[in-house]
Design a protein around this ligand. Structure first.
Ligand code: GLU
Length: 434
């Protein structure tokens, strides 16, 4: 390993723009970013668009947009399609020195057919024979260098000290080292990251909930949660602590603590992390961010009475795991709930009895002062009655008349937000229904 104290660390994220920015690639970008920041080095974004047929600008935009949203800003940016002259110079050099040659259709490296040994920071020593790749193609012609060649030239030209990339590139590394030797470059440090697998240990796919970064963004995942979650796939600082901000990760990250075995992508974990970060958000900010995830009619109501909306958000904040969840559980705050009257009675209780309970609650609420009531005030007003008649007996119909839902926050919280008038109105509506 190079002496990082003397040499400035330079890392790079080098995606090929042939598809959307996928969650699996985020880890490669993140680890390169963390390692560079931790060593006060440089983090480079390099778009590897040598495959002209498959590379698309829209994918490059998607990658750049995703990195920006995640806060993984790079210090330098390059696009391989703009570096043809540089590659040409080195191709010519190899040709002149007789280390490469032009056959019918391509430029090939003269393979010394030797055993290549390199020391991977994560996997230790790796030795591979190179005979099987033969005199492999490094360019179509002087103006069209190909992947193996451009990677090696760029890493040298950009002063990359640490190549942190997916384990799927291990088979490419011997070819890269042969090229480095032919060109007279030093071999950088390699760290090949373990594969990311689904919970069933098969190759990660959509089926496991693995999506593109932008799709997560659209569903209301927070960048901090994604980074925290991703960092823990195949890496662990040891200890119990799970919540790490980007700054914490910069401090704690280490290549040596990356595991060799595949890292598991578990969407439940991501949801958990996201929930944790939502709970940490400022309620005002959250209230604003949540607006776009709701139907328009609710949005305008929420904007009209922002205090009402903030109260809803302060309750839902503990219940949702992504921002788009908000629309699933709060219809009753914006619309009159719909339900069948049969649903109002608690297990095995009669509708007559239920009606009595609802009426009793109405009477108890009516004598409370006007204006804002806290959940505790409401609870206190009805609690003796609830204890006497049975919690389920009373609280179930109370809550159901307000929300129409099997699951929702408790009726005290809901009625405190709805307000005394509206609460009584809904209870009376339920009584009338019976
Ligand atoms: N462009 C390659 C890819 O997208 C990465 C090459 C590298 O990291 O060396 O898989």
């Amino acid at each position: 390993m190079a002496d990082t104290a003397k040499h400035k660390v330079v890392t790079r994220f080098a995606p090929s723009p042939t598809g959307l920015f996928h969650i699996g690639s985020v880890r490669t970008a993140l680890f390169n970013y963390l390692y560079a920041r931790q060593n006060e080095g440089k983090f480079i974004l390099r778009i590897e668009d040598t495959d002209k047929a498959r590379s698309k600008m829209e994918f490059e935009e998607d990658i750049k947009g995703g990195l920006k949203w995640l806060g993984l800003e790079s210090d330098e940016f390059y696009r391989q399609s703009e570096r043809t002259e540089i590659y040409k110079k080195y191709l010519q050099k190899l040709l002149d020195e007789g280390k490469a040659y032009l056959d019918d259709k391509a430029i090939r490296l003269k393979n010394p057919n030797k055993k290549v040994i390199f020391n991977d920071i994560i996997r230790g020593e790796i030795a591979m024979q190179t005979d099987d790749v033969g005199d492999f193609v490094i360019a179509k012609n002087l103006d069209e260098a190909l992947f193996h060649f451009t990677v090696v030239v760029d890493d040298f030209e950009m002063g990359v000290t640490h190549i942190i990339r997916g384990e799927d590139h291990i088979p490419n590394t011997p070819r890269h080292i042969l090229l480095q030797e032919a060109l007279g470059f030093n071999t950088p440090n390699y760290a090949h990251l373990p594969l990311i697998l689904g919970t069933d240990r098969s190759k990660l796919s959509k089926r496991h909930g693995a999506l593109s970064v932008n799709e997560y963004r659209a569903q209301g995942y927070l960048p901090e949660a994604i980074l925290n979650f991703i960092a823990f796939i195949g890496w662990n600082p040891g200890g119990e602590r799970e919540i790490f901000s980007k700054e914490d990760l910069v401090k704690e990250f280490s290549l040596e603590k990356i595991q060799k075995g595949g890292g598991i992508f578990n969407i439940e974990r991501l949801n958990w992390y996201n929930g944790q970060y939502i709970r940490k958000m400022d309620t005002g900010k959250l209230a604003e961010d949540l607006l776009t995830y709701m139907p328009e009619s609710w949005q305008s109501k929420a904007k009209e009475s922002s205090e009402y909306w903030k109260k809803i958000v302060s309750v839902e904040k503990d219940r949702i795991s992504k921002l788009s969840d908000i629309k699933d559980g709060i219809d009753y705050f914006f619309e009159e709930p719909e339900y069948n009257k049969e649903k109002l009675s608690w297990k095995g209780s009669s509708l007559d009895k239920t009606k009595q309970h609802l009426q009793a609650i109405v009477n108890m609420l009516k004598v409370l002062p006007e204006g804002e009531l806290s959940p505790e005030q409401i609870k206190q007003a009805v609690w003796d009655y609830v204890e006497k008649e049975g919690r389920g007996e009373v609280l179930w119909p109370f809550r159901l008349s307000l929300t129409g839902r099997d699951k929702s926050p408790d009726p005290f919280t809901v009625s405190s937000i709805l307000g005394k008038q509206k609460t009584i109105q809904r209870l009376e509506h339920a009584i009338a229904k019976i």
